[in-house]
Design a protein around this ligand. Structure first.
Ligand code: ATP
Ligand code: MG
Length: 342
């Protein structure tokens, strides 16, 4: 990049955004990754005034008095609450580039591959309502593959599995297009839900969503992992109705996660079955890549390796891979022109 372009870039208000179910990340040329926060908004239930967004709002989840509501405007990877999603995007854009002046940002936003036209329009409209002048979209598995450094524009088959909060997406990519894919609305959120349910049923212990997620991250696994310790968890005893701590076994958490883990493995297998033979040969020699926060689940890469008999590797920093790929496509529009969707 020339010096002059770089100089102009400092004034460019272009934003790349990974509008995720669990986390939203924004990138600008001048600042790099400027926002990396949970997709959560805390609102006054009566006035609809935004009280907090991101980390601060997530910390408040399950801890707010009646008047304050915490909302996750993205569910299953799509816009579930349009107004709150727009408010959240406005607030993150402000964090990224300050108040909107005369220059309005154009945005490249990554969306799950499995979403409908109506859902795509909702994302675009939310960004326009938040002040963007121009919005283009890129599909999440494509962005993840670019972020992971896979050779997406070459005539070579690459397989990527992006396991987020709301969606898991598996895709075989070649020549900047998806050749075979599967989208599931089963990912990290579903895992949290199942941990929560297991605690209620097996321990008679009630905890909030944040605690269920902490347990999953601390001692969850996709297959038996040596040395995983049990965890002390505080919550509400459902029998006595009072606060108590329980010792939660890693094995119980693993069992609770078995169903979504199997679904993800099934999606990888089905994608491989639908992969044309030449591309399958490429994947056989190169293995495949995992991205998204769910890729960090202990033992998941090993389990997928066992099932597929292929080499499985993690993208560098799986939680930012999608945003880094989106940003790379935004900064190299020429090279990646075929990956944008209308
Ligand atoms: N170490 C970990 N082990 C297991 N799960 C993890 C770990 N770290 C993060 N996660 C999970 O990853 C998920 C978030 O991942 P990510 O930020 O990629 O999702 P997202 O992009 O917001 O969602 P989507 O792509 O579905 O819209 C959460 O469910 C979180 O609990
Ligand atoms: Mg994601």
């Amino acid at each position: 990049m020339g010096l002059w372009q770089r100089f102009l870039g400092l004034f460019s208000k272009d934003i790349a955004m990974d509008l995720g179910t669990a986390n939203t990340l924004l990138y600008t040329r001048a600042g790099g990754i400027v926002v990396n926060e949970p997709s959560v908004v805390a609102l006054d239930a009566q006035t609809r005034e935004v009280l907090a967004v991101g980390h601060e709002a997530k910390r408040a989840c399950g801890r707010t008095p009646g008047r304050i509501r915490t909302v996750r405007p993205m569910r299953d990877g799509v816009v579930a609450d349009f107004d709150v999603a727009s408010l959240m995007i406005i607030s993150f854009i402000r964090k990224a580039i300050g108040r909107l002046g005369l220059v309005k940002p154009s945005m490249l936003i990554c969306v799950p591959r499995g979403i409908t036209q109506v859902e795509k329009k909702a994302v675009i409209d939310a960004a326009l309502a938040a002040g963007a002048v121009k919005v283009s979209l890129i599909e999440e598995p494509m962005a993840a593959a670019i972020g992971a450094g896979l050779p997406v524009t070459e005539p070579k088959g690459s397989l990527i599995a992006d396991i987020g909060g709301g969606t898991s997406e598996v895709a075989v990519i070649t020549l900047a297009a998806v050749s075979a894919s599967q989208s599931l609305r089963t990912a990290g959120d579903r895992m949290n839900e199942l941990v929560l349910r297991m605690l209620r049923e097996r321990y008679r212990l009630d905890v909030g969503e944040n605690t269920a997620e902490r347990i999953k991250i601390a001692i969850g696994s996709a297959m038996p992992v040596p040395g995983l310790e049990d965890m002390q968890v505080a919550g509400k005893d459902l029998v006595a109705g009072v606060p108590r701590t329980f010792t939660v076994k890693a094995e119980d958490v693993r069992e609770a996660l078995a169903e979504p883990v199997e679904e993800i493995a099934g999606a990888v297998m089905r994608t491989l079955e639908r992969t044309p033979p030449e591309l399958a040969a490429d994947i056989y020699s190169n293995g495949f890549c995992l991205a998204g926060g769910g890729a960090l689940l202990r033992g998941l890469a090993e389990l997928l390796c066992e099932r597929t008999k292929l080499r499985v590797f993690l993208a560098e920093d799986p939680l930012t891979a999608v945003l880094r790929g989106t940003a790379k496509a935004m900064l190299n529009r020429q090279a990646f022109q075929d990956v944008f969707i209308a």
